[in-house]
Design a protein around this ligand. Structure first.
Ligand SMILES: [Zn+2]
Length: 619
């Protein structure tokens, strides 16, 4: 845990515009700096940076935050990693915060991890060189060529980005090389490159006569390898053919569940919030990248995990699964649904022609063909429902029908997004028609059954209820905008907070606005000591936080007098709304008192109403 004090010291030393300026050209506009947003594609700039306050905000995609957030988002780092990296830039070590034991432990662990990354890096460089130099590497090059990965520029770039190499066929060629470099072979064992010999001492190479893919984490460090078997040489100990893929074991720096193959190489393309394309195999990923689809990734020989979904979610909000069109592929898509929902990742499914994988398909159809399939990808739920309804069932097989209906109902029920769920309920009948369920009576049965199964008062969206809520919601939004404008004026010119002209309007400050104003006033009182808006932001009630963060990056008022005038107008409006709300309530109470025959109460309430009306006119 890093102390808030250290965070603050780093924040003070780092200039946000300097960090942002490395990737975005910023120009002064009013009180903030303006540039093209690095988080979404835009032609006219809507990305604001306020240097003194240390906030950025994009009015196009609502990206918002401080320098730590900026580094986390653009470099795909955790908060701790971002703080460490920024700290290093300005000479503040975040490790000083820990007890000396913790510090020692941490430093030792980091040193060890560095050694492991280093040995992987040395191995990757060796494999790359062997692909060009080793006599047996012709088999590896033949494999690449057979897949249409010829010697053009895009392919060269992809092979380089994925650190494609060749592990030679001898039993100790890598070991010999690492020893020659003076590296500790125990470390090579720790990362799974070398395996101890069962007899005698020493090691042998785990990867022999294989096409090598380096596995990179989101920071671009090599955490492991995946090696594909090659034809041409017999390198196995036994008569059984070698496994198609051999992967690094789990090590201190490599956890399969947490790692997404190709995410590092896709991160630039994903930054515009383009959907991430998830395929099954390493070769699919490399082929797609070589053909210009540079946002393809794969889980590493595991089912798609929630950790992997979260890694992807750091870069984009949508994935498109492009799995093989066989049963195994379909099942894998089905299993990927829960992790996506858990990570708040929207999921679609692209359909390849029967019997094709993304590698075959992109070789034959090129980038355009792949993009077309991606454009046509269907929503996950739509796809799964269609898949259930697809198989033919005899019209009189009631048990099979019942099973299908139940399955569709369950699929819809498990959907978290109420809008998608409601749409699916409506669409399921049309879908049945599309799938060729031609019997009208069956339609009706299906529709009723789906409603029955999916109707769960807790989860199912109440359409009528939503309609009734609408006017009230619109009213709330209007009030919300007024509240934001008031708060905005205070943020632009904090001196407005203690103006005597506010006194008659104290009644306008209620709820979240009152809390926010209190927070800002405290800040104003302590201003001699700090003008730390970051700490303040955390104390602002949650619903107002996005607005405050945006306003801190992009102030609206340039002129104090104008800001004051607008503030007064808005406060008057809020007060007016408050009064009429109270007047309505009082009127209802008067009504009740009258019905109950309570004359004294009725008179009291009437006087109250009158007093309020006079007060309101007084303003
Ligand atoms: Zn943006």
């Amino acid at each position: 845990v890093i102390s808030p004090d250290t965070i603050e010291r780093i924040r003070e030393r780092v200039r946000l515009s300097e960090i942002v300026g490395k990737s975005v050209r910023l120009e002064r506009r009013g009180r903030s700096l303006l540039g093209l947003c690095p988080f979404h594609k835009e032609k006219s700039p809507s990305f604001h940076v306020h240097d003194d306050r240390g906030f950025f905000h994009c009015f196009g995609c609502q990206a918002s935050g401080d320098v730590f957030k900026f580094i986390m988002e653009t470099e795909g780092l955790s908060f701790h990693e971002a703080a460490t990296s920024l700290g290093e830039k300005v000479g503040i070590s975040v490790e000083l915060d820990m007890s000396s034991d913790e510090q020692k432990q941490r430093q030792a662990r980091r040193k060890r991890e560095q050694e492991l990354y280093h040995i992987n890096e040395a191995a990757a460089a060796f494999f790359e060189r062997m692909l060009l130099e080793h006599p047996s590497s012709r088999h590896a090059r033949a494999e690449l060529e057979a897949r249409g990965l010829k010697d053009d520029e895009a392919t060269r770039a992809a092979l380089k980005a994925f650190r494609i190499g060749y592990a030679p066929s001898g039993w100790d060629e890598l070991g010999t090389e690492l020893a020659r470099l003076g590296l500790r072979l125990q470390n090579a064992e720790s990362v799974g490159l070398l395996v101890p010999r069962s007899q005698g001492s020493g090691y042998y190479d785990r990867f022999r006569h294989r096409l090598m893919f380096a596995i990179l984490d989101v920071q671009g460090r090599i955490v492991g390898f995946s090696g594909r078997a090659l034809a041409g040489l017999d390198v196995g100990k036994s008569a059984t053919p070698p496994a198609k893929y051999v992967n690094s074991p789990e090590t201190p720096i490599y956890k399969k569940r947490d790692t997404v193959f190709g995410l590092y190489q896709s991160r630039q393309a994903l930054r515009d919030n383009a959907p991430c394309v998830v395929v099954e195999g390493n070769f699919d990923v490399v082929s797609l990248h070589a053909r210009g689809v540079v946002r393809a990734v794969a889980p590493l020989g595991t089912a798609f995990t929630v950790e992997q979904a979260r890694q992807i979610r750091r870069f984009t909000s949508e994935v498109i699964f492009l799995f093989d069109a066989d049963t195994a592929g379909k099942n894998a898509v089905k299993k990927a649904r829960d992790p996506c929902q858990a990570a708040d990742l929207r999921a679609r499914v692209g359909t390849l022609p029967e019997g094709k994988d993304p590698d075959d398909f992109s070789r034959a159809q090129g980038r355009e063909g792949v993009e077309l399939v991606l454009t046509r990808a269907r929503g996950m739920l739509d796809y799964l429902v269609a898949d259930v309804l697809e198989g033919s069932v005899a019209a009189d097989d009631s048990a099979a029908w019942a099973a299908k209906i139940r399955e569709v109902g369950e699929l819809i029920r498990a959907e978290q997004d109420p809008t998608v769920r409601a749409l699916a309920e409506q669409q399921v009948v049309q879908l049945a028609a599309r799938m060729g369920i031609a019997d009208r009576a069956r339609f009706g049965e299906l529709e009723r059954a789906v409603r029955r199964v999916t109707h769960d008062p807790e989860r199912s969206p109440n359409v009528q209820g939503a309609a009734r809520v609408k006017p009230a919601a619109a009213q709330t939004r209007g009030t919300q905008r007024l509240v934001e404008q008031v708060l905005g004026a205070f943020l632009d010119f904090p001196e407005l907070l203690d103006g005597p002209e506010l006194e008659p309007f104290e009644g306008a400050f209620s709820g979240d606005l009152a809390l926010s104003v209190a927070v800002l006033r405290r800040l104003l009182e302590e201003r001699g000591r700090s003008t730390n808006f970051h700490e303040t932001l955390a104390k602002i009630p949650e619903p107002l936080r996005p607005f405050v963060s945006a306003r801190l990056a992009a102030p609206e008022h340039e002129d104090l007098t104008l800001a004051r005038r607008q503030l007064m107008q808005n406060l008057k409006k809020i007060l007016g709304l408050e009064h009429s709300k109270m007047a309505q309530e009082t009127t209802r109470e008067i009504e009740r008192a009258r019905l109950e025959g309570d004359l004294a109460q009725e008179m009291e309430l009437l006087r109250d109403l009158e007093r309020r009306a006079r007060m309101r006119q007084g303003i």
